[in-house]
Ligand binder design. Structure first.
Ligand SMILES: [Zn+2]
Ligand SMILES: [Zn+2]
Length: 649
């Protein structure tokens, strides 16, 4: 008999050789139908693999990341089987599961070319093969036999991969007519895969090396239920309509110029003003929380980054140093603001009574990204972080953490991110030597983060071994309006930089001590935040933030004088108002301005002029009735005040 322990700490005894699937079916028939993989002693396994020793076990359904991983990776094998059937002689590179679905890099061989038009045919074949309900069978194999097998098959890519593996660790997976070199895990059988969609094709160099052969990468996604696929495809459609690159262009927020350089966003007037409002929003909050503004240059001496360690870490793979006419002078474009802020901390002696010190800067940084990786405002080469560095005593860590959490919550509320998850990343206690900082400080910091989140009533996932080498951290992931997840905001403890920059304060004991440093950026960067916000709202920003709040639509030219009067009144009240004086039908004016996502449309004609009123339409809500301009002003000021609750106080 072996002892199996479950996540709820219960322990049950089973015959040796039992599988996770057997265990699931002893619990319930329904569960057995749904489990797709299992974590056995910390490793993800096939549910059909016999367990021979005492073990801890977690069963995964499709909803778990571990379940999706096995599901989608098995789907990549299914696609490979279909390809081999349709294109005999196809050679296979790698076929992993990814965040949403899977891909396989393939070489169709003998001059065959696969295009988008072929995807439905491959999809159809996959459906046919999935229905055969073939089992995925794991097989240990010696290196020699594996090499023989794939050499005979003529699959040079697999032969190359096997060459790098250790004998005794190699496994094959077979299902139906297809055999793959693979570590697993996989589904019990192909019958679990009920809905299939191949999404796109791309070229991909073998092993990411542009000197080697370009393979065809086929992306796809699969689900255990057809309805899930339908929902996913409709989400993709919605995502397309919300693409921040398109909306940013429509609303004239930002642009790119090949002449200026790729990955370097240019903020247009409407975008720049929007960004200014965002910065002021955060500045206001930061003043309340005792942050002090600092300003630092865009470059720094190479030596600065040698001290910080950034040179060693990023120097080779980023922008090259800048030389001056003077001999031996070298500067780097700033990849991070932290080193500059450390030097500001060092600019005068600090006492325990001065701490915590919080330096904030909207600091622009530059990092090289390959051109293929660039994407709108989310992957750029120059961006501005809403950065701050907090220097505190170890006993102040928890309070500082709680305050940063409050700021993050205020941000989420103001921008209507209602759903989010958080993750605490701790060090791996088995490998303490990998981390910098004393044992005592790590224990203190990890405890401080955990307690801070508990006291804030947050439900967090704790992941052991995910901390950076220099400190534990807390990450926030928000869910946007169509269910996609975005990382926004990280709070990171750092023992490394205070050490490298020899930062000190004089304690109450008159001795010198090292402060603890916290990096935090609730938005991440202005660029990324604006992108996420556009995709979340579809460009319909909260009223206080949106570029144009009100547009006045005169029914005809006769009412332009009255419309101008209302325009002046509202603009004098700091309400961002435009007038649409085009000679167009009112219906067209309404449609055009709604497309520009302007929240309020004020229609003025004969009746309004006679009564001294405006007819109000709210974007997406329709007619709101007629108002005196003063009453309309009060109404929208109240709406903004509600959105900014707790920020201006
Ligand atoms: Zn596999
Ligand atoms: Zn930093």
């Amino acid at each position: 008999m072996i002892k199996i322990s479950f996540p709820d700490h219960s322990v049950r005894e089973y015959d040796s050789g039992i599988t996770a699937l057997d265990i699931a079916s002893k619990i319930s028939h329904g569960l057995a139908k749904e489990v797709v993989s299992a974590t056995v002693n910390g490793e993800i396994w096939d549910v059909t693999r016999p367990i021979a020793t005492d073990a801890s076990i977690r069963l995964h359904k499709f909803d778990d990341p571990e379940g999706k991983y096995a599901f989608w990776h098995s789907s990549a094998h299914l696609m490979a089987e279909a390809l081999e059937d349709l294109y005999p002689g196809t050679k296979f590179g790698i076929g992993p599961a990814i965040e949403n679905g899977f891909y396989y890099d393939i070489d169709p061989g003998s001059g065959a070319v696969i295009t988008e038009a072929d995807l439905p045919k491959i999809e159809e074949k996959m459906v046919e093969l999935a229905r055969r309900n073939s089992s995925y069978i794991r097989e240990d194999i010696s290196k020699k036999d594996a090499l023989d097998f794939f050499t005979r098959k003529g699959d040079e890519y697999k032969v190359e991969l096997i060459g790098e593996l250790e004998d005794g660790t190699i496994t094959l997976y077979k299902h139906g007519n297809f055999t793959d070199l693979c570590r697993g895990p996989h589904l019990p059988d192909t019958g679990h895969i009920k809905a299939i969609k191949l999404l796109s094709l791309a070229g991909a160099y073998w092993r990411g090396d542009e000197k080697r052969k370009q393979l065809t990468r086929i992306y796809g996604i699969t689900f255990p239920k057809k309805q899930m696929l339908d929902e996913y495809l409709s989400m993709l459609e919605q995502a397309k309509a919300r693409d921040h690159r398109k909306i940013g262009k429509d609303l004239e927020l930002f642009t790119f110029s090949q002449k200026v350089g790729q990955g370097l966003p240019l903020w247009l007037p409407k975008g720049a003003m929007l960004r200014e409002r965002l910065e002021n929003f955060l500045r206001k909050i930061q003043v309340q929380y005792g942050y002090l503004p600092v300003i630092t240059p865009h470059i720094g001496q190479k030596e600065l980054y040698v001290t910080s360690g950034h040179w060693e870490k990023y120097g080779k793979d980023s922008f090259k140093p800048i030389q001056t006419p003077a001999e031996g002078e070298e500067f780097l474009l700033k990849p991070m603001n932290c080193p500059h802020h450390c030097e500001i901390y060092r600019s005068k002696p600090r006492s325990y009574k001065d701490l915590p010190i919080r330096f904030a800067e909207f600091g622009t940084v530059y990092r090289y990204e390959q051109s293929g990786e660039l994407h709108g405002l989310t992957r750029v080469r120059g961006f501005t972080q809403d950065d701050a560095h907090l220097f505190c005593r170890p006993d102040q860590l928890k309070d500082e953490f709680k305050k940063v959490i409050d700021i993050v919550f205020t941000v989420f509320k103001a921008f209507d991110f209602q759903e989010f998850t958080t993750q605490i990343s701790l060090r791996d206690p088995e490998n303490k030597e990998k981390y910098i900082g004393s044992d005592e400080n790590w224990i203190k910091a990890e405890k401080a983060i955990i307690e801070a989140t508990e006291e804030k009533g947050m439900k967090t996932t704790v992941v052991v071994g995910e901390a950076a080498f220099y400190g534990p951290k807390l990450d926030f992931m928000v869910k946007d309006a169509i269910g996609r997840k975005w990382q926004l905001g990280t709070i990171q403890v750092d023992y490394n930089l205070p050490e490298r920059f020899e930062l000190e304060y004089v304690g109450s004991d008159d001795q010198r001590h090292r402060p603890v440093m916290i990096h935090r950026a609730p938005f991440g960067s202005m660029e990324r935040f604006v992108a996420v916000l556009i995709e979340h709202t579809g460009g319909k920003f909260p009223l206080w933030l949106t570029p144009d709040q009100v547009v006045i639509l005169p029914i005809s030219e006769k009412y332009h004088v009255y419309a101008e009067k209302v325009l002046n009144f509202l603009n004098n009240c700091d309400i961002r108002t435009l007038i649409d004086s085009r000679n167009e039908k009112i219906g067209k004016k309404i449609r055009d301005n709604e497309l520009k996502r302007i929240p309020y449309l004020l229609i003025v004609g004969e009746k309004e002029e006679a009564e001294g009123t405006v007819s109000v339409r709210r974007q997406g809500e329709g007619d709101k009735g007629s108002f005196k301009p003063e009453d309309f002003k009060d109404m929208i000021e109240k709406e903004m005040a509600r959105q900014m609750e707790g920020i201006n106080s």
